[in-house]
Design a protein around this ligand. Structure first.
Ligand code: PLP
Length: 386
């Protein structure tokens, strides 16, 4: 059976060129990048090339790029590193963050920090002035995502950062850029201090990611050791993973306009077809990235349809891959009712998808609705995905 992978917000298939880059590093440049001999220098050169590629995509300086194990680590470093450098005891964030931001911030709350969680406005937008109004002299950090992983909702991070810095230039601004990096036009990092990204959302392997940190800003590391990554992230660098990431960034970023065009067509096509199915509700009333579409179906629980679609070779998600069986905490904040959230599906496109996959997908979905509709099933099964 032909596979149609529509779960690219959860993770992506590693691209061949990234696999080759990793292979090359493992076969040819196997030295420790800290070693002074030739094998070490070869490995270090590969890291430098990857750093240059990341800097080009981020529009920042090469020495403002750092590599980590992924965005969860980058986000944790940003959040704990920022609050430890400041005397402030307040943090501003949103109600719709990924657990890799939400949980470290909840942890700060448990330690006594004041947390202000900005809701979406009644007009379906996040307003920079709401963030600025929430900031005061005691604010150490503002942390928010660029693109919401469950719905594709885009936040105006550039404007949020500018408004926050105008109110208090000492506040550290962190953006979780995972779901937009190399997919949408980069926001200016002029007022953003820290920007996290992850490799496995952009066709690099899992277990590698990184961040941008503004050159003039210093934060405290989480991991202490041999002083790698200018002391911010100790541990011998994974040259194969870093090389693969560099390759994936370069290729994915240079094709992003072309791919965006394709995703727009796919999303329009899918939205039109879904709107013709009675009872389907598209959760798309906000400004959304064209590669994520979240919708609710009538009377069938998400995972039942998810497995039905899987039997036809279509992989989708029932929300976010990190929530494994738990109801989404994000969707209610965006006005999605509990009943709608129980029957939500997330479709997320990637570079290997094409518009030709939409019609058979909708046919398989309709068949599932006919087969399982009205007979509501219990919420067993494997549950939600990243
Ligand atoms: N932030 C967002 C918005 C995400 O979607 C994800 C992954 O699902 C992460 C952070 C965590 O990234 P990683 O898997 O690289 O730790």
């Amino acid at each position: 059976m032909y596979e149609h992978y529509f779960d690219n917000a959860a993770t992506t298939k590693v691209r061949e060129e990234a696999i080759e880059a990793a292979n090359y590093a493992m076969h040819t440049c196997y030295g420790n990048a800290s070693s002074l001999h030739r094998a070490g220098m070869d490995a270090e050169n590969l890291i430098t090339q990857a750093r240059r590629k990341a800097a080009k995509a981020l529009h920042c300086l090469v020495d403002e790029v750092y590599f980590t194990s992924g965005a969860t680590e980058s986000n944790n470093l940003a959040i704990s590193g920022a609050v430890r450098r400041s005397r402030g005891k307040a943090v501003v964030t949103t109600q719709i963050e990924h657990p890799a931001v939400k949980n470290p911030i909840d942890h700060l709350e448990a330690k006594g920090y004041t947390i202000k969680r900005i809701p979406i406005g009644e007009d379906g937008k996040f307003h920079p002035e709401d963030f600025a109004n929430a900031v005061d002299e005691d604010t150490a950090l503002v942390s928010c995502m660029w693109v919401n992983n469950e719905t594709g909702l885009i936040l105006p991070v550039e404007q949020i950062a500018a408004a926050v810095k105008l109110k208090n230039p000492n506040v550290f601004v962190h953006v979780d850029g995972v779901q937009g990096f190399c997919k949408l036009k980069m926001p200016s990092l002029k007022q953003i201090d820290f920007f996290s990204f992850s490799g496995h959302k952009i066709y690099a392997p899992k277990g590698i990611g990184g961040f941008y940190l503004r050159k003039s800003v210093s934060i405290q590391p989480l991991v202490l050791g041999g002083g790698h990554e200018k002391g911010l992230r100790s541990g011998t660098e994974s040259v194969p993973l870093i090389s693969a990431l560099g390759m994936a960034i370069e290729l994915t970023d240079s094709d992003k306009e072309k791919n965006l065009e394709k995703y727009r067509k796919m999303q329009i096509n899918l939205s039109e077809k879904l709107s013709e199915i009675p009872g389907v509700i598209l959760h798309k009333k906000w400004e959304c990235a064209p590669y994520i579409l979240n919708f609710s179906v009538p009377d069938v629980r998400s995972e039942i349809l998810l497995h039905h679609l899987e039997s036809y070779g279509f992989y989708v998600s029932s929300g976010s891959a990190c929530s494994k069986g738990l109801p989404s905490e994000v969707l209610p904040s965006l006005g999605v009712t509990k009943k709608q959230a129980d029957s939500v599906l997330r479709v997320s496109f990637g570079i290997y998808n094409s518009v030709e996959e939409i019609a058979p997908f909708v046919e398989a979905l309709k068949e599932g609705l006919q087969r399982y509709g009205k007979r509501s099933h219990s919420n067993k099964g494997r549950g939600n995905r990243p």
